[in-house]
Design a protein around this ligand. Structure first.
Ligand SMILES: [Zn+2]
Length: 454
């Protein structure tokens, strides 16, 4: 009996062991997992009944079946359902709106997604889930209307546009031009927007389109009718002299990290004209790309006239090609206007704003930058001394700096740059009283008249 007893207790132990092992297997095996399928519907709560609904369903033991239906007060439509003989680890669905969608009058619908997994849990029935999403229906595109704009834009130049945008669920708005997205700023009264535009001097064509998108994904586009004026910019072939290479370039090469350990002065020049310039311009484009999203009610600009009785010593848009002993070395675009008068002359911008930068910037030397509003910036390069600090408000009557030859400059002069949302534009336009009146002041005036009538 003792032996039998021992045998049966061994059997009981074995049985208990098997049950425990079985239980552990059931608890840890994917076959018996207890998690319901994970459903995700890509939505922000709006639907235009045009774009497909992107739905994903995932499950550890596999998705055995799913169904998607649309419920509204008047209808219950099955959109999609499927049963899998071989369960799927993940199911990606792109559900098209029902055929009757175009006639649907409901302001909102409910999307119900149900799914069952292939787990043996729950007495082999698996884990089931049902999720509902309430979506606001918005089938209408935003309404866009141009109120007023500059009549023309010239290559390398600026223009202004003011427009109206209406939509209950307006989400995103910008002006697309070539590869650039211009930001827009609220203007004067609710629903109106303003933006300066720029045609980069390095691009041969220009086209600008206002894009408005609502939360449901409806998109409206409005082409801005600007008369395009081509303008030829000079290509200058510049021969590098030994005097220049051994003088200014050697001095600059000592200063920059990029030229440390480089012996050849031609190599030094190439690095300064390309790598250092690119780095300095990235900084300039970064600080001049910002624009406020607060409503502006006006934008008044005096003609820009930074240097009294100055001579133009280099023009905007020059495409400079450098060679040495008949061999091409490097090239660059001159994206400002070089003005010279007396050494260390006072620079007076004539327009107020906010100083956004006042520091050394490589080849640009000591360089203050002022934001005048609407993403319009002025930049003053090669200064000897700076009279402002970053973050300060700048008064139109003040001196911003004195001219000099800091950075990549041969003689004492001012490199005067004007930028619209990070794009260099032709300063001469903003220095011309008639141009400013015709293209900026009058456009704003006529827009306000139209808005006030509405
Ligand atoms: Zn210059």
């Amino acid at each position: 009996m003792r032996r039998n007893n021992g045998k049966s207790s061994f059997g009981a132990l074995l049985l208990t062991g098997l049950v425990v092992a079985g239980a552990i297997f059931v608890y840890t095996s994917a076959m018996f997992e207890r998690d319901v399928p994970v459903i995700e519907v890509k939505t922000n709560g709006y639907w235009n009944l045009k774009n497909p609904l992107e739905i994903s369903i995932e499950d550890l033991s596999g998705v055995k079946s799913y169904s998607v239906s649309l419920k509204s007060p008047s209808d219950n439509i099955s959109l999609s359902n499927e049963q899998f003989i071989v369960p799927k680890e993940s199911v990606k669905l792109s559900i098209k709106p029902p055929r009757s969608a175009y006639a649907m009058k409901e302001k909102s619908v409910t999307i119900r997604v149900e799914s069952l997994d292939a787990s043996h849990w729950n007495f082999l029935k698996g884990n089931a889930v049902a999720k509902e999403y309430k979506l606001i229906i918005d089938k209408r595109r935003p309404k866009l209307n141009i109120v007023s704009n500059s009549y023309k834009i010239s290559k390398g130049g600026s223009a202004l546009v003011i427009f109206k945008a209406e939509d209950e669920n307006l989400d995103l708005m910008y002006i697309e031009s070539n590869k650039k997205k211009f930001k827009v700023q609220p203007f004067y009264k609710e629903g109106y927007y303003i933006s300066l535009l720029a045609w980069p001097v390095t691009q041969n064509s220009f086209k600008a389109t206002i894009i408005a998108k609502d939360a449901a994904g409806n998109i409206a586009k409005s082409y801005i009718p600007l008369y395009l004026k081509q303008k030829n910019y000079r290509v200058s072939n510049i021969k590098l002299s030994d005097k220049f290479l051994k003088g200014k370039i050697a001095d600059l090469a000592e200063e920059f990290v990029e030229t440390q350990g480089i012996e050849s002065s031609l190599e030094q020049f190439k690095i300064i004209n390309e790598d250092v310039r690119a780095k300095n311009e990235i900084l300039i484009h970064e600080i001049t790309s910002k624009i406020s999203d607060e409503m502006v009610s006006d934008f008044k600009m005096n003609k820009m006239y930074p240097l009294k009785n100055a001579q133009v010593v280099a023009s905007f848009g020059d495409h400079r090609k450098y060679s040495y002993a008949g061999e091409y070395i490097s090239e660059s675009y001159h994206l400002g206007l070089d003005l010279a008068s007396n050494a260390m002359a006072k620079i007076k911008p004539q327009n107020g704003g906010e100083v956004v930068y006042a520091d050394y910037n490589g080849i640009y030397g000591n360089m203050p930058v002022i934001h005048h509003g609407l993403g319009l910036y002025t930049l003053y390069g090669h200064c000897s001394s700076l009279k402002v600090n970053a973050g300060e408000e700048f008064n139109a009557k003040n001196v911003v700096a004195n001219t000099g030859k800091s950075g990549y400059a041969m003689g004492d002069h001012l490199h005067f740059g004007v930028l619209v949302q990070g794009i260099e534009v032709r300063p001469q336009e903003w220095m011309d009283k008639d141009w400013v009146k015709l293209n900026i002041t009058n456009v704003i005036k006529s827009a306000k008249k139209i808005i006030d009538r509405n």
